[in-house]
Design a protein around this ligand. Structure first.
Ligand SMILES: [Zn+2]
Length: 252
């Protein structure tokens, strides 16, 4: 089987559901996926402190080698008030990348303090040539172009636009900047075709967003909404199959 890496996995609290770090990573490991990058969605919780996230990641890395199951530090602006700089956090546990969620954590480009932290994050990612995964969306605040000056200023920072949203803008950034990549999580098939047609398919990482996929399936999608037996494991079989399909298409 070819090596399949899932670059977008989550552990922790999402809405009312708690996704146990060890259970989630075990499901990924059991599915035959060779490795993954994960971060904690607990970071989206109001008033969260670094100590709470630290506990989850520490538990995860105690059972799953960080060389193959790579924790990403989901950095939030309020860590600054706790004295948790990016250097300090990256030194604390074996984080292999950084994640930011501009909408959930209100990374406001018009607030100088918030912007100066972003410079530190991109600077760190550039200096250590590690990935920085950005949640992207259609709302301006999380649109890819909102961060364009950072892509240009930190060419050694490997930027991954999670969800490639909105697609046209994502493609523009992927074409313009060598250091900008995308991932497949929640990317509709038509967009995937667009990425391939635009010749940026080789810059797209496979990522599932599991277990958020399960949350969506069981809460919103009609067919499975009331199916109590639709397990996390069932979901990940679907997610990993889908990633395999894209992986094959990108690298033909
Ligand atoms: Zn995600």
């Amino acid at each position: 089987m070819p090596i399949l890496i899932d670059y977008h996995v989550h552990i922790g609290q999402f809405e009312e559901v708690y996704y146990d770090p060890l259970e989630i990573l075990q499901i990924v490991a059991d599915s035959g996926v060779s490795g993954c990058a994960y971060s904690s969605t607990t970071s989206g919780k109001e008033g969260i402190t670094y100590g709470e996230i630290r506990k989850e990641v520490e538990l995860a890395v105690s059972k799953f080698s960080s060389d193959t199951f790579k924790p990403y530090l989901w950095y939030i602006p309020s860590y600054r008030n706790e004295g948790i700089t990016i250097e300090k956090a990256m030194d604390d546990l074996p984080y292999k990348g950084i994640k930011i969620h501009p909408r959930a954590n209100n990374w406001n480009r018009s607030i100088p303090e918030s912007d100066s932290i972003l410079h530190e994050l991109f600077g760190f990612a550039g200096e250590h040539t590690i990935p920085i995964l950005i949640h992207t969306g259609p709302n301006g605040v999380d649109a890819p172009a909102t961060f364009e000056d950072f892509f240009a200023a930190y060419p050694n920072a490997k930027v991954i636009l999670a969800h490639c949203r909105p697609i046209r803008e994502a493609i523009k950034m992927l074409k313009k900047y060598d250091n900008v990549y995308g991932d497949t999580s929640f990317v509709p098939k038509e967009w995937m075709a667009q990425l391939i047609r635009s010749r940026v398919g080789n810059k797209i990482y496979t990522g599932s967003d599991f277990p958020i996929t399960h949350y969506m399936e069981t809460h919103y999608y009609f067919e499975r909404k009331n199916n109590q037996n639709f397990s996390l494991h069932d979901q990940y079989l679907i997610d990993s199959k889908e990633m395999e399909t894209w992986e094959a298409m990108f690298y033909v």
